[in-house]
Design a protein around this ligand. Structure first.
Ligand code: B12
Ligand code: SF4
Length: 505
């Protein structure tokens, strides 16, 4: 079958700092190809809607699959599904991905007949069966599938992460993928899932708190196939099991792979497993993202982060000693007043790290979606991008955005614009000489993208597709298994499925 896979457009965040390949869709594409399908992939982070229409015209796909990891992309994907069915009727339109998995019924409803099914959970294993069953009533009996005829059993979890390596040759104009000075940059996945259970996060609910590892050989083999000199490691928490990091590293050394890496991890994992990060520094680790989330114990407890402010501080010291470029995230509560913003601003100016701010947002699939007692102030999916306030703000809304943007501007002052040119001139020159201008182009975008009036005005856009709000805001904490997309049923090799309350580490 001719299958076109589509990744939607970028959100605010990706307009400045980075643009990354859709590795999930590449894996799904790899699985489809190994079942004999003729697959193409179009990434709307790079291509336009007009390019999409052209692709439909020239390729004439028999099936179109959309990736919907981000809730804010829902209206775009629904509109594309509708136009796909109308313009050049494609027989089968399906949606998969992280956010789609939590709101499958809602998507079918919005699609109004344009979406044939939603695939919940990991796509690799089931996607070929779905295409075989397209148009038949047995479609609704497949694991993870939700169609207008009903829903199949719970999605099955991929038993072997080494199968279906990403089909990177499906993505075009790869030089457009970058992350700061890591320009161009590819992505790789060493592990899947997260054993912790932070209240604001849906990574653990999606994977049922399981944690699976690719074999060191397979991880290194995948890295060896990457042409780009830089790699973003997409794992939720890198090197939870240090021996895995050491083993991959040894394979990298054995094969003589030289690249620069970016990864994300937790502060307590960095403190506990410092040596493996030191080792990776020698292998080429350059950037690290630490989810600090809150500066005080009370905030950390609220997010159920299970780390202390001291551990956070210690992690920053370790990262500095390793001479890594570090970005940290702080969660802004809509209830913040001017004073709270001022404290964070002062802190952000006093540390060398890049400080990112995200606005506390209850997402379907998170615990706070059920327990948050404040009512949502909007049902517009597009505002659920952690850069807009979807809960009542203590300050008047415009004032809130003024404070938010003013605080984010610290980042601009420290790390973008002329400050970056001054500090990174040799690197920028080298990139430009190689024709890589993504990073340079990003340096002056800040005030175009982050602007209080723009963010405020976004709240007045007409809402065509409204979200289904939580059934009972402020309800008691749901049982973890009620939140899971993948329900771990047995112990997979290298996995730690666990129903307990303490994280598996
Ligand atoms: C890497 C990553 C990023 C990368 C983006 C990579 C990319 N181009 O997609 C970067 C750093 C850019 C990023 C940014 C953001 N992210 Co992010 N990100 C992740 C992370 C950690 C891993 C995603 C990943 O690559 N996984 C590995 C691949 C293999 O899995 P996958 O993509 O999920 O694909 C599998 C399935 O979903 C499914 N699937 C996916 N697509 C399709 C399509 C079809 C047709 C089918 C059948 C199946 C299918 O099958 C795949 C294989 O099993 C997830 C957390 C997580 N664990 O999911 C958060 C996550 C997806 N991000 C999140 C958020 C909030 C953001 C930001 C909005 C944050 C911000 N600070 O602004 C931005 C927005 C980015 C944008 N779209 O412009 C939230 C999503 C919340 C939501 N419900 O919308 C998540 C869940 C993190 C969280 N803690 O809550 N992110
Ligand atoms: S540590 Fe917390 S925030 Fe990070 S992926 Fe795991 S559950 Fe989500």
């Amino acid at each position: 079958m001719r299958v076109l896979l589509v990744h939607p457009s970028p959100l605010m965040h990706s307009e400045i700092f980075l643009r990354l390949e859709p590795i999930g869709l590449e894996r799904v594409g790899g699985a489809l190809r190994s079942a004999g399908h003729d697959v193409r992939l179009l990434d709307l982070q790079i291509f336009s809607h007009r390019d999409y229409a052209r692709e439909l015209d020239s390729f004439r796909p028999e099936a179109v699959g959309f990736s919907l990891n981000y809730l804010a992309n829902v209206p775009e994907v629904i509109d594309l599904a509708k136009s796909t069915k109308q313009a050049m009727p494609v027989p089968f339109v399906f949606i998969g991905g992280h956010s789609a998995s939590f709101i499958a019924d809602e998507l079918l409803e919005h699609g109004d007949g344009a979406v044939d099914c939603v695939i919940r959970g990991e796509g690799e294993q089931v996607v070929s069966q779905v295409l075989e069953a397209a148009g038949q009533s047995r479609l609704a009996t497949l694991p993870g599938v939700v169609s207008r005829d009903g829903a199949g059993p719970a999605p099955s979890i991929l038993d072997d992460l080494n199968r279906f390596l990403p089909a990177r040759d499906l993505t075009r104009r790869r030089h457009r993928y970058f992350l700061g000075v890591l320009d161009p940059c590819a992505s790789a996945e060493f592990t899947r899932g997260c054993p912790w259970d932070c209240s604001f996060c849906s990574a653990w609910t999606f994977y049922g708190r399981s944690y699976r590892k690719a074999s060191p050989e397979s991880a290194a083999e995948d890295l060896a196939r990457i042409a780009e000199p830089n790699v973003f490691i997409v794992d939720d928490v890198a090197f939870v099991h240090p021996e895995h990091g050491w083993a991959i590293g040894r394979e990298i050394e054995r094969r003589g792979i030289r690249k620069q890496y970016y990864l994300e991890t937790r502060c307590d994992v960095l403190v506990r497993n410092q040596e493996v990060f030191e080792y990776w520094r020698r292998l080429g680790l350059r950037y690290m993202f630490l989810g600090v989330e809150a500066l005080d114990e009370e905030g950390l407890k609220l997010h159920r982060k299970r780390v202390t402010a001291d551990q956070n501080q210690r992690a920053l010291e370790i990262a500095r000693a390793l001479d890594l470029d570090v970005a940290v995230n702080i969660i802004v509560d809509p209830d913040w007043d001017e004073q709270r913003f001022a404290i964070v601003r002062e802190w952000a100016l006093s540390v060398p790290e890049i400080v990112h701010l995200t606005v506390a947002t209850p997402y379907p699939g998170t615990e706070i979606w059920h327990t948050e007692s404040r009512r949502l102030t909007t049902l517009d999916y597009r505002l659920f991008d952690v850069q807009h306030a979807v809960l009542p703000t203590r300050l008047p809304l415009l004032r809130f955005y003024e404070e938010l943007v003013r605080t984010q501007a610290v980042l601009n002052r420290k790390h973008l614009g002329w400050a970056a040119v001054r500090d990174l001139a040799p690197i920028i020159l080298r990139l430009v000489l190689r024709g890589q201008t993504n990073f340079l182009g990003s340096l002056w975008k800040f005030s175009r993208v982050y602007h209080q009036h723009r963010q405020y005005a976004d709240h007045s856009r007409p809402v065509v597709y409204a979200m289904r709000p939580p059934a009972a805001p402020g309800a008691t904490r749901p049982l973890a298994r009620e939140l899971y997309i993948h329900v771990p049923t047995r112990v997979h090799e290298g996995a730690d499925p666990k129903p307990a309350t303490e994280p598996v580490t």
